[in-house]
Design a protein. Structure first.
Length: 314
């Protein structure tokens, strides 16, 4: 019997999806790909295959999950299986350089960025960038890993020489133009089946950790020490009647790159210029924000997977 196969490496991020698959009474099987074996002379089972491998897998001691998944997807695609977020999507997931080049190819503006390998070259990149304020980030990251804000090259040098320097897993550090928004928030645009589902406003006043998954929630973030506390402002807020012109460009970008499920994060500066800076092909959704807005990304995803499975059966 054909099934929906979910390729992943993090059990915490599959629960909301499997609940929706069971709600729709869809057959599925989870493939945990942090390690394993693959017989290249064998033939894959019938069904559709949804890739949920994350660029942050190495932070969960699953260092080679993306590489193993790349091999599995090559095997699946060689046999003509339907892969949701296939090899091209995986390539963009694990490399911000590839993301930016693909976004630029589609005419979508990204912040000015310089790559560097080696600490000495990180300083050279800062000289080349020549901006008062800039950020560093990892090429293969996720969850805001490696993101640091600097207001001087001296501060960067102290960071590089200090104990808190975080070496990128692929060795590539990005130095990037710091986009200062007039208000501390970014917009995360969610897509399923290459089509826009909703935009979510993400409060960045607490820093760069933007993971919307429930597993990433900091429960005590608003814990008061004394007295009566005001109701905390929601970190994630789904926007009503939101569909700016950039959405058409995003959908064309996703189609061009064979990406079916994604979130694209963007920030607007004080002059109204929009910069897109992250393509997340292993997107998660915040349940509190969805419940308040009455829209559910995982349900839409499960329906889309059902539709793809029906195409295989047809």
């Amino acid at each position: 019997m054909s099934k929906i196969y979910v390729l992943h490496e993090n059990d915490e991020w599959t629960g909301h999806l499997t609940e929706r698959l069971e709600e729709l009474e869809l057959p599925y099987e989870l493939w945990h790909l942090d390690e394993g074996t693959l017989d290249l002379t064998s033939e894959p089972p019938e069904g559709i295959f949804y890739n949920r491998i994350s660029a942050s897998s190495h932070t969960r001691d699953h260092r080679y999950a993306p590489e193993f998944t790349e091999a599995v997807i090559a095997w699946l695609e060689r046999h003509g299986r339907t892969v949701i977020n296939g090899s091209r999507a995986l390539r963009l997931e694990v490399s911000k350089v590839n993301q930016y080049m693909a976004l630029n190819q589609a005419g979508i503006e990204t912040p000015k960025t310089i790559t560097a390998v080696g600490k000495n070259n990180i300083m050279k990149a800062a000289d080349q960038l020549n901006l008062e304020s800039f950020i560093t980030k990892h090429n293969r990251a996720g969850k805001g890993q490696g993101v640091q804000l600097f207001h001087s090259k001296q501060a960067l040098e102290e960071y590089l020489d200090g104990p808190s320097f975080d070496e990128p897993v692929d060795g590539i550090t990005l130095l990037q133009q710091y986009i200062e928004a007039p208000e501390p928030y970014i917009i995360r645009h969610e897509f399923v089946g290459g089509k826009f589902v909703y935009g979510v406003k993400v409060d960045t006043s607490e820093g760069f950790e933007l993971c919307p998954a429930d597993a990433c929630t900091i429960d005590d973030l608003y814990c008061p020490t004394d007295g009566e506390a005001e109701e905390p402002k929601a970190k994630f807020e789904i926007l009503e009647n939101y569909r700016p012109a950039i959405i058409d460009h995003y959908e064309a970008f996703l189609k061009e790159n064979n990406i079916d499920v994604a979130a694209i994060e963007a920030i607007q500066d004080k002059d109204g210029n929009l910069y897109s800076y992250d393509v997340n092909t292993n997107t998660n959704y915040n349940s509190d924000a969805e419940a308040k807005a009455g829209v559910y990304g995982m349900l839409e995803l499960a329906k889309y997977l059902r539709e793809q499975l029906n195409h295989v059966h047809a």
